[in-house]
Every structure is written in C-alpha cells, then in structure tokens.
Design a binder for this molecule. Structure first.
Ligand SMILES: [Zn+2]
Length: 268
C-alpha cells in the first residue's frame, strides 16, 4: 500500500482514513465501515491511489456500496474510475463536474499521463443536505459554501462526535487558496468549531481534534498576509515554505499559482 491509514472509531462505527503520499497531495479518502458495507468519501488524485483505497476497503470483507465526491477539485475526483460504484454528490457539485470535470482531468492528465485519466467520472446520484440513517448509523450531510471552494459536502456522524470536514480543513499540507474566499472560509471554521464534534477528519493529512481548526485559521491568516506582501508567485511560494517548513504538498503551491497570480501565466 502506498498511503497511510489512521482509524477513528466510536462504538459500532469505524472510519479508516487513507492519506495519499506527497505526490498524491496528502489527500484523504475516508472509508466508513458499517455493519454490512463500506462507504468511501473522495476518490483520490490518481488511479493508482484510487485503486489502493479500493483494495484496502475490499480487504475489510464488506462491499463498497457508495462513493461520495465532496467537490470537483482534481485530488478528490480523478481517481473515481478505480471505484466499482456510482458517484454521489451535491447537486451543485454534480453541475460543476459536468461542466468542468473533463477540462480538469485533461490538465492533470498532461502532467501524469500514466496514472490520471483524460476524462472525469460524472456523479449520477444527488445528495440532499440533511439526515440519513445507513446500516443503523446516522449521517448528517451538510453543504459547505464559499470556503476552499464554492460548494462542498461535509459529513457529520452526530451520535459519534465525528465530523468529516474534507477541505474546510487541511493538516500539515499546503492549502489550495485559488478561490481566495478568506473571510467566508474563516467564518465557516468558526461556525463548525462551535458544533459538538470532537473528532475532526480533514481533507488532507491525519485526523485530529478541535486544534485542527486553530491550525487552519493560522495557515489562512498567514497566507492572506503573505499574499499581500509577496512580489510574485516565486516569492509567495518561498515565503509559504519558510513559514510552514514541515508542510508537505508543495505541488499544491504550484497548482494554485495561476489563480493567485493570473498575470504571470506566461512565466509559470
Ligand atoms: Zn483537496
């Protein structure tokens, strides 16, 4: 196996978090292990890591019944062809993937033709925000807006105090800042921190507790100041690496430059 596994458990619920290696941007797929089935949240960046998640889930001895894709970014979507089940997504996320998924796939395929497909898999099942009980476990589907991206799915397990935030929170990995919605993102952090969830499963990096909110707030406020102070893309990258020397995901810093410094496109 290429990735790293962390297990979060509470009574009958076990969640296996698969964290990709650094060339997979440290992105997480969460495998929700229920009594008779597993449910996977997010599909990885490459087919190799997507298959790795499928192999790990199959070894638990229960069928994968659903794949949820939380948002359209390549690291959560492009490994989906490795999964044997249709994709569930919020209506707005499905619309976005239908619109730009293939363009996103093409761009990343050019970087890694061996392991990233030319086309994006499209969601076929719509998630409605609200409660659903699956195999006796309550799921709380939430629609997060204007944080790391315009629309993203979060999943809470209210009876177990576990919250899958996906990219509301990253841990120990450089954060994709392309949409620059710093104010609403910080508000969303404060709002979710006030909810009764003690175990936080982020979109990148290992699970933790409420301290992950503070870490994320620190990263976002530092990045916002650094963005104002930086001369150009290279300067911003160097300053962020210096500010967070232990962080992985330098590829994310490169990925976001054309959004943060659009006038430097030619130089990049
Ligand atoms: Zn991500």
């Amino acid at each position: 196996m290429y990735g790293t596994i962390n297990i979060t458990s509470d009574r009958a619920l076990r969640i296996h978090t698969y964290t990709a290696p650094d060339d997979g941007w440290g992105v997480n797929s969460h495998i929700i292990e229920l009594a008779t089935q597993t449910i996977v949240i997010d599909a990885q960046y490459t087919l190799v890591y997507g298959r790795d998640v499928v192999d790990y889930a199959n070894a638990l001895g229960k069928p994968i019944s659903r794949l949820y894709v939380t948002h359209y970014h390549p690291d959560h979507l492009l490994g989906a062809a490795a999964f044997p089940v249709p994709i569930h997504a919020l209506a707005e996320v499905k619309k976005k993937i239908d619109l730009v998924g293939d363009r996103v796939a093409r761009e990343e395929h050019e970087k890694f033709p061996e392991t990233i497909p030319k086309h994006a898999e499209k969601p076929s099942l719509i998630v409605t925000p609200g409660r659903e009980t699956i195999d006796g476990v309550k799921f709380d589907f939430m629609q997060l807006q204007h944080a790391e991206t315009e629309n993203a799915l979060m999943i809470g397990f209210p009876e177990h105090g576990i919250l899958v935030t996906q990219d509301l929170i990253y841990r120990g990995i450089h954060v994709f800042l392309g949409e620059q919605a710093f104010d609403t993102w910080l508000e969303a952090l404060a709002h979710h921190q006030s909810l009764p969830y003690g175990k936080i499963l982020p979109g990148h990096g290992a699970p933790g507790g409420p301290e992950l909110y503070d870490g994320m707030r620190h990263y976002l406020t530092t990045a916002r100041e650094t963005l104002v102070a930086s001369r150009d893309a290279a300067d911003f990258k160097a300053r962020m690496i210096a500010a967070f020397p232990a962080f992985g995901g330098h590829a994310l810093l490169d990925h976001e430059m054309r959004f943060l410094f659009p006038n430097e496109e030619a130089k990049a």
